[in-house]
Design a protein around this ligand. Sequence first.
Ligand SMILES: [Zn+2]
Length: 681
Amino acid sequence: MDSAINPTDLAARVARLRQAIRYHQYRYYILDDPEISDPEFDALWRELVELEAAHPELRSDDSPTVRVGGFVAEKFEKVRHPAPMLSLANAFGPDDLHAWRERVKRFLPADLHDQLSYVVEPKFDGLTVVLHYEQGRFVLGATRGDGDFGENITANLRTVRVLPLQVPAAAEAGPAPARLVMRGEGYVEKGDFARFNARQTEQGERAYANPRNFAAGSLRQLDSAVSAGRPLKLWVYQALIVEGGPELTHHSQALDYLRDLGLPVCPDRRVFADADFATLADYVEAFGRRRDDLPYEVDGCVIKVDSLALQQQLGFTGKDPRWALAYKYAGEEAITTLLDIVINVGRTGAITPNAVLEPVQVSGVTVKSATLHNEDYIRDLDIRIGDKVVIKRAGEVIPKVLRPLLDARDGSEREWTMPPACPVCGQPLMRPPGEAATYCINTACPEQLVRAVEYFVGRGAMDIEGFGIKQAELFVARGYIKDLADIYHLPWDEIRQLEGYGDKRVDNLRAGVEASKQQPIHRLLTALGIRFVGSVVAETLAQRYASLFDLMEAGVEKLSEIEGIGPKIAESVRTWFAVEPNRALIRKFADAGVQVAEERVVTLAAPKPLAGMTLVVTGTLPTFSRDDAHAFIKQHGGKVAGSVSSKTTYLVAGEAAGSKLAKATELGIPVLSEDDLKRLV
Ligand SMILES: [Zn+2]
């Protein structure tokens, strides 16, 4: 193709396409203000991909099409940083903030004080990186490492879509600087992080303890294809070297310049004159109060002297620059002593180590315990009993141990290892190869039974009102419940005699238990707590099998044929139903009158509700992520397309739907909400 075009024209066309794509990606990712529709963008993209495929001599690493290198590194190469990476002095309250300002002034001649102003930026909680551009091309990216040397993670950073591979993105920004070195922070938005972890958990994969670990884990993958699948973002927050660019005198000016080049610079930043320092302090506090509303995780603010000349004059104390301060929000984090580590047994038998802490106040609440996630978490962070540890409590979530203070050790600290036996039933614990969790695999373990009952009666499962952990503990302890089906054989007359269980309460509880017998079988299937079988998988299975007795006999192969059921899930379902006590449990449910089979008009080739339809999803949906929505559509027989065309059957639109919605309206294509979509199937 294109053989008629002469090579120079072709190269020029490719260059123009690349420039246009970079520009539109900048409008889309950085400014969040696209100028062209998705189909128009797709057309540019396709043309470039095709030209590059047909003319290998025109390929270039800096093409926006080349994000994933496709080779797996054995280990990371070491990179020396152009300047040592800084650590920052910490402040934990307004007093520290004012003290820092006084210190800054003490180190500067009085006649320079009127030049003082400050920049306040969020302190991002992610992985610090150093980025190198030469002649506008992204050539090297490294981790912070030990401060002097980092690891070369260029291939992984290339997969971060907000990071331009070539700057400037828009011609108005002027020519590319000859050399540009910056610091930045790789991070994940809270929503993306929660969705990612939920999926990992559902699939039995390792979840990350916090967004910072996620960012680090994603950017330090030896296979950049793994990084490419992660919803990573990046902020650039400091220019280290700018050669062949404008004369920069202030940090804030440098940030504006980087933003204009098309680099992702966080818009949440403000400059304050020294005279307005009280306002600055208020702003820092106010920012702390609204940080829960930000899409990204922030653990404080960074305050810097804006003038680069004054920065230089102020210099360093040891490794800390005198001109910058990290303001940590008090209340969220606290330091206390780790007195002991105990383990809890969950419903699947999973063992969670918990920290027993010397009680400490964190944002107005006394915290005595915190989660330590799993054995690896403790080992990776080298947390020892007796350590001073930093704990964090954010919102309503369980407090967690962030890290030990290694400097505070006196040698009396003890390493912890996972005990060999379950603390409740005494049976040996087991850690399956390749998994982070350790399990008590004794199905008769009473603690597991309590947790299993709690899960069974809970929301999303059998949903029995008035039945919770208290009832589960009581009924298991009194021997009323020995397996899940005993919930349907409770001795109600005896329960009436128990303290706190009046007639009315017992009648309500009993009515709830009775009503739950009519729950659809996917609810029962969820309630059983089979590994990897969450509500979505349960619905998928129940769609294919209207009777649990049929499902019980299904082999791995048959199960794997179902769309949305991978081999791991199939294996888990098969294994569960192969155990005789579990099969007996299903029979016992059936005998008690619990619905284990649904009457359905089943034809083997039952058409799926969305068969033959093509759907496009756009905007932010209330509960589905983009991937969830796509999976849901495919599961029900529909096709998913990336852009709206005359072939589109429906557009599923959420909040902030942009050009696709406009296009659908223009073409007269019906628009559905997430609820409409669910109703449709
Ligand atoms: Zn046990």
